[in-house]
Design a protein. Structure first.
Length: 292
């Protein structure tokens, strides 16, 4: 069973007004409110309406998607609506669950996703639509699709109209609170990418005011939020030793790359290369570098 996160991109740099949290809704009232929130977002996407989109999606998701668009050196807000096709309809799917906890909620559907007439026949999946409560009303956040091809027992139960135990798992329980919106990233001169190897260490990257998830005994590749600017840049690593995999030497390696989209024929250019000393990695290191 695999899961796919669908953000259905879109963001408008507008501040959403705060307000009192509405009373907790349940049952048909909750289902109706969440369905309306999704329909508002979907219509805004179809109509390519930035103002309507800004009012239909959570602040967290707005900011996250805006930062990714800007960091990729794409046009904003045009890139919000650049994806082909339409957001999925829910009419042909069966609602399995409508649940709210705190200021978060979800709708879970079972069936085949209808992405429009040009999409191929799809397998039966679980589609979870996530929402956040802001300004006294629900706003759409994102969707997660769970493929069921490798879970025949779950698929059988759903086809029989039963509610599988899977829906009691943490990933199918609203967390209760939306994460805070990240800061707005700067508009960079260049798109940037980083590659990190962290073996025998847990390593966390801090750059441009953003803290990335720690990497432990693994390889990671990331878009640099806020990209790179011409001139002085810097990245900080926070490093904690852990047990390495059997037979592997502890080491931290990081590479940073400048990606000049005005020169598509030119590969990414390495602008920083660092490796931890053989005597051991420091607890923290800040690495300045110049981009030309």
């Amino acid at each position: 069973m695999t899961q796919r996160m669908l953000f259905f991109t879109g963001w408008l740099c507008l501040t959403l007004a705060g307000g009192p949290v509405a009373a907790q809704q349940e049952g048909p009232a909750l289902e109706a409110a969440l369905s309306k929130a999704y329909a508002n977002w979907r219509e805004a996407m179809i109509q390519k309406n930035p103002q309507a989109w800004a009012g239909a999606i959570t602040t967290f998701r707005q900011t996250t998607i805006r930062n990714e668009i800007v960091s990729n050196k794409e046009a904003f807000p045009a890139a919000v609506f650049a994806a082909p096709g339409e957001p999925p309809k829910t009419d042909g799917m069966r609602l399995i669950e409508a649940e709210a906890k705190g200021t978060t909620a979800h709708l879970v559907y079972f069936g085949k996703i209808d992405g429009g007439k040009d999409t191929p026949d799809a397998s039966e999946v679980l589609m979870k639509l996530k929402f956040g409560l802001e300004g006294g009303r629900w706003r759409y956040d994102s969707a997660r699709v769970t493929d069921l091809d490798s879970s025949p027992e779950v698929l059988k139960a759903l086809r029989e109209g039963k509610k599988p135990d899977l829906l009691d798992a943490p990933e199918f329980t609203p967390p209760g609170k939306m994460p805070p919106a990240p800061p707005l990233c700067r508009v960079p001169d260049f798109k940037g990418g980083l590659k990190l190897q962290s073996t025998g260490y847990e390593t966390q990257v801090l750059m441009n005011g953003f803290t990335y998830d720690p990497v432990e005994n693994d390889l990671d590749q990331q878009l640099v939020l806020g990209g790179l600017v011409a001139g002085q840049n810097e990245v900080t690593l926070r490093i904690r030793p852990v047990a390495p995999p059997d037979g592997q030497k502890p080491v931290v390696r990081i590479r940073l790359y400048k990606i000049d989209l005005t020169k598509p024929e030119q590969p990414a250019i390495e602008v920083l290369r660092w490796e931890s000393p053989a005597t051991g990695a420091p607890k923290e290191v800040t690495l300045p570098f110049i981009v030309r």
